[in-house]
Design a protein around this ligand. Structure first.
Ligand code: SF4
Length: 278
């Protein structure tokens, strides 16, 4: 067990139940590394999880307080907790692409609009992999999955004109970044910025699923081939070319620029109690 796992996770949850070669553990470790580099302790953070591979594999791993919400509801629960908890307590959510960008998108947009102080890590395995490998909101165009055996042809939520990160920016999110698992310290730095922001932060983290995505798209569960496939389609923002699917880096940083959700509510409750006008 490494020092991060020992410090922050429950021993009975290590190793995780993820399939061999799954990239989710790399993403999870990047979050723990960011927490460590910010000097945060177990009691400083409350951890929420969703459904699917990302939720299931990270559920209950945090040594401290945690909660789970199914089918896109974790953002609504987190906003309630944000109101109840002291402002210095951080709330981190590890969720999947289906939960965040599909079934829970309206809740997510609502959390962004209100600038609730949450850090949402969207672990994206490029479709519905926990249910066998169907295409989803972020499946790259042309990819073969169980439900797109001739190649995914629907516009996805990473296309320029309907990029979900752009939607969240316009909804009011104050920090947004996108990375792939292989980004290492670059991803850690983005997560640190997200946690530091006193407002809504989202870091989209693509990771390799050899069991379902790799076996359908590449015809193999060979982990190295899938990692190379993803890496060859990722490039830092500003260095994209015609092969780039994932431009990586910070998309939007307006940290600490807008009133935060719970502070706003507490302030207005106080104003109403005093009978003062807006
Ligand atoms: S199905 Fe894919 S994403 Fe889910 S745990 Fe297995 S390898 Fe990871």
């Amino acid at each position: 067990m490494d020092y991060l796992a020992k410090k922050y996770t429950r021993p009975r949850k290590i190793p995780s139940t993820a399939c061999s070669g799954c990239g989710l553990g790399i993403n999870h470790k990047a979050v723990l590394q960011a927490i460590y580099e910010l000097g945060l302790e177990v009691e400083d953070i409350v951890w929420g999880t969703s459904i699917g591979c990302a939720g299931r594999q990270t559920f209950g791993t945090w040594k401290g307080d945690g909660f789970a919400g199914t089918h896109g509801r974790v953002y609504a629960i987190a906003r309630g907790l944000r109101l109840a908890l002291p402002s210095e307590k951080k709330i981190i959510l590890t969720v999947g692409d289906g939960d965040a960008f599909g079934i829970g998108l309206l809740h997510l947009i609502h959390a962004a609009r209100s600038n609730a102080d949450l850090t949402v890590i969207v672990n994206d395995n490029l479709g519905y992999m926990s249910t066998g490998g169907q295409y989803g909101w972020t499946t790259p165009l042309g990819s073969k999955t169980d439900s797109s055996p001739y190649g995914m042809y629907e516009q996805n939520l990473m296309s320029d004109d309907i990029d979900v990160l752009s939607m969240l920016k316009h909804a009011g999110a104050t920090f947004i970044a996108r990375h792939v698992s292989m980004d290492g310290q670059r991803a850690v730095e983005s997560i640190k910025k997200g946690i530091r922001n006193r407002g809504f932060s989202l870091i989209h983290m693509v990771y390799p699923c050899p069991t379902n995505f790799g076996s359908r798209e590449l015809g193999t569960r060979n982990t190295i081939k899938l990692y190379e496939w993803i890496e060859s389609r990722a490039a830092p923002l500003g260095e994209e070319d015609e092969n780039t699917v994932w431009a990586t880096g910070v998309y939007h940083d307006a940290s600490n620029s807008r009133p935060e959700f719970s502070e706003n509510i507490h302030k207005n409750v106080e104003r109403i109690r005093r009978g003062a006008a807006l």
